[in-house]
Ligand binder design. Structure first.
Ligand code: PMH
Length: 400
């Protein structure tokens, strides 16, 4: 990391002073998008889903990498996330997938951010506050079976379309739905949702330009559901949408996110000596124990006790309770203070995948990079070299 501290392009606000960091390989993001692009007909666009700070990877860097690789639109969950991207210089269309407050429509219109509408009453509220002369782009969300957000009845959909057409300040540019089971082997519910969505499209008098249904799983598995664009999230980050479909993905995906630290102390314990809160871990014999500066406040949750990490390319277990800022590992012998620890990613010939951490946490891979908190700086690499880093604690965000 010495090179990193002197990284040419990074001002002093972009530095960090603790040896724990996440690395995001922008080449992997680009190659994942490009590989998925080869599956799609030319006329089908890619919407890169960069909500939740690009699933914890960093919104602007991922947005730019996805655009370089052919994405033409970005999707976020909330208006704030769209504004964050605009403030960082993004000019491509941005769609807010989630609910926005009707009273905020002027903010969206000013920044040319497309909002999602899913109930008629919202249109009335928006019409009452949208200033004269403003234009607001909208996508209608249909609930075809996810039961989360979306218009469910054909009558309401028809009257929403009519109401939007009636007001020149509204532009109905898209319509979409979201699948609940595209990542499961059994396709029955998926087919049902697709049929319901197609029925809903058929009641419109004019089809909007941008119709989209597919998340990563559907984009990888169901060409019949492409319509005019697909919304790529998890696969862009190099992760399989589920364990079930992982063995049968049509393209290779490369994980972009890895997590690293260094040993800050290495000590020899005598048989019977204890480690960490509760003194629950006891050395069975003379043992070498290393301490590293990452803990549950970094999203390295207490449930990861017992998880292995890599040191010198060898798996070593976390022992004792994980603390807020630190945790301990049992070493095979003495190793130098400062030794590199890989918690997620490859070290020499060994690898710890995000899926392995998700399994240990009894959760899905989506959650893992989202969990790694903003206290952990993100370091961005291209061609194996550091091109930027972001340490929100010190408010550094360097251009890539
Ligand atoms: N579209 C919508 C509306 C979504 O909510 C998501 C992901 C995506 C596309 C991208 O899906 P993918 O990452 O599987 O490609 N949303 C969520 C969610 O709400 N919880 O987990 C993933």
């Amino acid at each position: 990391m010495n090179g990193l501290r002197k990284c040419g392009n990074v001002d002093e606000k972009g530095l960090f002073y603790r040896d724990t960091w996440a690395e995001v390989d922008l080449d992997s993001i680009e190659s994942n998008v490009r590989r998925i692009r080869t599956l799609l007909p030319e006329k089908v666009d890619i919407i890169a889903v960069v909500k939740a700070n690009a699933y914890g990877h960093g919104d602007i860097k991922i947005a730019n990498a996805a655009i370089r690789a052919g994405a033409t639109m970005l999707a976020v969950a909330f208006l704030d996330e769209g504004l964050s991207l605009r403030r960082k210089g993004v000019s491509v269309p941005i769609l807010v997938l989630g609910a926005s407050r009707a009273e905020d429509v002027n903010v969206a219109a000013n920044e040319n951010i497309t909002l999602t509408v899913f109930q008629e009453s919202w249109i009335e509220q928006a019409a009452a506050v949208l200033l004269p002369g403003k234009e607001l782009s909208l996508h209608i969300k249909v609930d075809s079976g996810m039961g989360r957000l979306g218009v469910r009845s054909e009558e309401e959909l028809q009257s929403m379309e009519a109401r939007l057409k009636d007001d020149p300040r509204f532009r109905l540019t898209g319509m979409f739905t979201h699948f609940a089971t595209a990542d499961e082997l059994d396709g029955h519910y998926f087919q049902k949702q697709q049929a319901r969505f197609e029925k809903m499209i058929s009641v419109l008098t004019t089809k909007p330009a941008c119709i989209h249904t597919s998340n990563s799983a559907a984009a990888l598995r169901y060409p019949g559901a492409y319509f005019s664009a697909v919304r790529l999230g998890i696969a862009m980050y190099g992760l399989a949408p589920s364990f079930e479909i992982k063995p049968s993905l049509p393209v290779e995906l490369t994980e972009a996110f890895s997590l690293h630290s260094r040993l800050t102390q290495v000590k020899k314990l005598q048989k019977g000596d204890k480690v960490s809160y509760g003194a629950t871990y006891e050395a069975a014999s003379d043992e070498w124990i290393g301490t590293m500066p990452i803990g549950y406040a970094d999203g390295w949750l207490r449930r990861l006790q017992g998880q292995e990490v890599l040191i010198n390319g060898i798996r070593v277990p976390i022992v004792g309770r994980i603390c807020m800022d630190q945790c301990m590992v049992r070493l095979p012998g003495e190793v130098p203070v400062g030794s590199a620890v890989t918690l997620i990613g490859k070290q020499q010939e060994e690898r710890i995948s995000i899926d392995e951490i998700a399994a240990k946490l009894e959760t899905i891979n989506y959650e893992v990079p989202c969990l790694i908190s903003s206290r952990v700086p993100r370091v961005y690499k291209k061609d194996g070299k550091i091109v930027a880093l972001n340490n929100p604690i010190l408010k550094g965000d360097c251009p890539s």
